[in-house]
Ligand binder design. Sequence first.
Ligand code: ATP
Ligand code: MG
Length: 558
Amino acid sequence: MSTTVTAPSSFIRNIITEDLQAGKNEGRVVTRFPPEPNGYLHIGHAKSICLNFSLAGDFGGRCHLRMDDTNPEKESDEYAEAIKEMVHWLGFEWGEHLYYASDYYEQLYQYAADLVKAGKAFVCSLNAEQMREHRGTLTEPGNASPYRERSVEENLDLFARMRSGEFEDGAHTLRAKIDMASPNMNLRDPVIYRIQRAHHYRTGDTWCIYPMYDFAHPVSDAIEGITHSICTLEFEDHRPLYDWFLAQLPQLPHPQQIEFARLNLGYTVMSKRKLLELVEKGDVQGWDDPRMPSLVGLRRRGFTPGAIRTFCERIGVGKSDSWIDMGVLEDCVREELNETAPRAMGVLNPLKVVIENYPEGQEETFEAPVHPQKPEMGTRTVPFSREIYIERDDFMEDPPKKFFRLGPGREVRLRCAYFIKCEEVVRDEQSGEIIELRCSYDPETRGGSAPDGRKVKGTIHWVSAAHALDAEVRLYDRLFTVSNPGAKSGGDYREALNPESLKVLKGCKLEPGLAEAAPASTYQFERQGYFCVDAESSTQAPVFNRTVTLRDSWAKQA
Ligand code: ATP
Ligand code: MG
């Protein structure tokens, strides 16, 4: 996988700049983000959102949010509302320019009737299978529908009766009359309207015919006065059709379609259909499962809108398909959180330490900086007592040379507290597992340095046992074990799900101040990574989601 970094959306910017210089569109720049409300938005959509809204912003134009809701069976208000929420969350504002393709149904119908009147569309009575047979192949031209030469009057009459519900679903379609021999299959008399008795989440049962995307999209763009209709590369072959429809409707303005390469992220899938399937089959716990590439999932994981915007800028916008490593997104998150996240100590895999020469019942507190480089963020109070927890990994009974943490007879610094030295290892009699360390501390080293100038090589984090906040911590790994699960040939992409994508650690011990942590707030657990309070859990012990580790762990694995 490779990452290409280009100037943000340079080629589209160039097109718009040239258009403005040439005086096109009276100097207006109007873009749109047109999601279909049939699922939650994912990080790929974020690329499109950032692109469309920033272009509009940078050129003094505006960006519309349009629900592309012409597919009643799969769409819902829940999805539409979630889309609005996520666009706002990302930091973009459509103002009064919220639109629904379903609001244009009457207009779309009239424009389709205009095509019929101009002899550019006809009602076809082939069924789906016959239509496929007539369509031809990439190497052979198609055959004209026997209904292609119906008169304008007959077509108008049939089209009106399609609308009024006289015919069964699928009995007729309205088709554009273009060219059955076109090498571009999209131009072989494509369907414009189908009969479908389906309840629409906004128009209810008003309509039993629905326009196809390829017709609804250019006309909706034109109705809204969009100047630059930016979409992903798979629509390149549809552009001649986009232009054809608008050429037949000269009463409408003619936006320019521009294609760019979609975002592909490694080790995940990004089609709403597949994401929905993961949710429905219970592979993940919902659209907002922190392993999902959905924006609600990333938000719950602790990713910030700023980091996602930085990511979209960094990956740039080009014309050729590229794969981006998840590590690029994680870097953006890490860079932001390094600046903003308060620090705390959290022991994920606790090992008890008893400081034998520290008086029983005594306790004291230390003031530690909330952020080591930002004194303006203040300090926090950390309690200390005779029994503490340290990370199991920070002790080795038989440490190799380069291990600078705790071992028998070795001395380390407890972050912002004292030097301690390991005097004895206590094991479980039966299992032989280490259950406790007996240590001594040097009272002269309060605050972390020794007056006699002696040095220790390691500093470890810790939490006072009596004061610790018990918590559950969830660690996330890539959702799939292969870099492109969507392309898995033959098999089901779900077979490539990573069984270890979620690891739940119970009984973690956190600095007590974290009891005050607000839902969704993110902390750096020193030496461990960034963790955010899970906003959806209402268990007694708080739940923290690991957002990212401190360093890139993907580079090594990939
Ligand atoms: P999916 O394949 O995930 O269902 P879609 O294209 O069907 O996506 P839409 O709701 O139609 O979903 O997408 C809205 C807009 O977001 C479209 O303009 C589409 O081109 C863009 N978009 C979707 N996926 C990506 C992606 N991976 N990278 C960039 N833009 C994307
Ligand atoms: Mg789509």
